[in-house]
Design a protein around this ligand. Structure first.
Ligand SMILES: [Zn+2]
Ligand SMILES: [Zn+2]
Length: 152
């Protein structure tokens, strides 16, 4: 899947793949030759940042709402904006790929390993979105039964 060429979600230029040396198997990232934005498929941010907490923070519990104008270049799903310190990245709500504008990779590498600014309120809201969505889609009768049984 990741061998397919993708277009830059910002300026629609065909992106080029570049091999990044990291510990372990190298990562092939997609880079836009025009605006220098970088696309990282799901899990690649974690590899690039070497398992840092900030990559989990940016790609987990991102809710269901899309606040980003971008469309995922990989799977065409909606994307959401996630922020750590002063770096705001676009994350795909479906495949968890990450879009970084030029310079944002450096910004993320500069985020302290621990003790970066976390927005707990936003994260709680996003977790709640997913929870209520799953509740609505689960078997409602089971849910009612569970409560009525508890009352007895
Ligand atoms: Zn571009
Ligand atoms: Zn996607």
């Amino acid at each position: 899947m990741s061998d397919r060429k993708i277009e830059c979600p910002k300026c629609w230029t065909q992106m080029e793949t570049r091999e990044e040396e990291i510990f372990g198997p190298n990562v092939h990232i997609d880079i836009c030759p025009k605006c220098n934005g970088i696309w990282l498929d799901g899990g690649e941010l974690k590899k690039m940042l070497k398992d840092r907490e900030v990559s989990d923070y940016l790609t987990k519990d991102i809710g269901l709402k899309s606040r980003s104008p971008l469309i995922c270049p990989r799977c065409r799903s909606l994307m959401d904006l996630e922020k750590a310190e002063d770096v705001e990245v676009d994350v795909c709500l479906h495949c968890r790929g990450v879009w970084l504008d030029a310079g944002e990779m450096g910004g993320l590498k500069n985020v302290p390993i621990d003790g970066f600014k976390k927005d707990e309120t936003a994260k709680t809201e996003e977790k709640w979105e997913v929870f209520t969505f799953e509740l609505r889609n689960s078997n409602f009768t089971d849910f009612v039964n569970l409560f009525s049984r508890k009352k007895k």
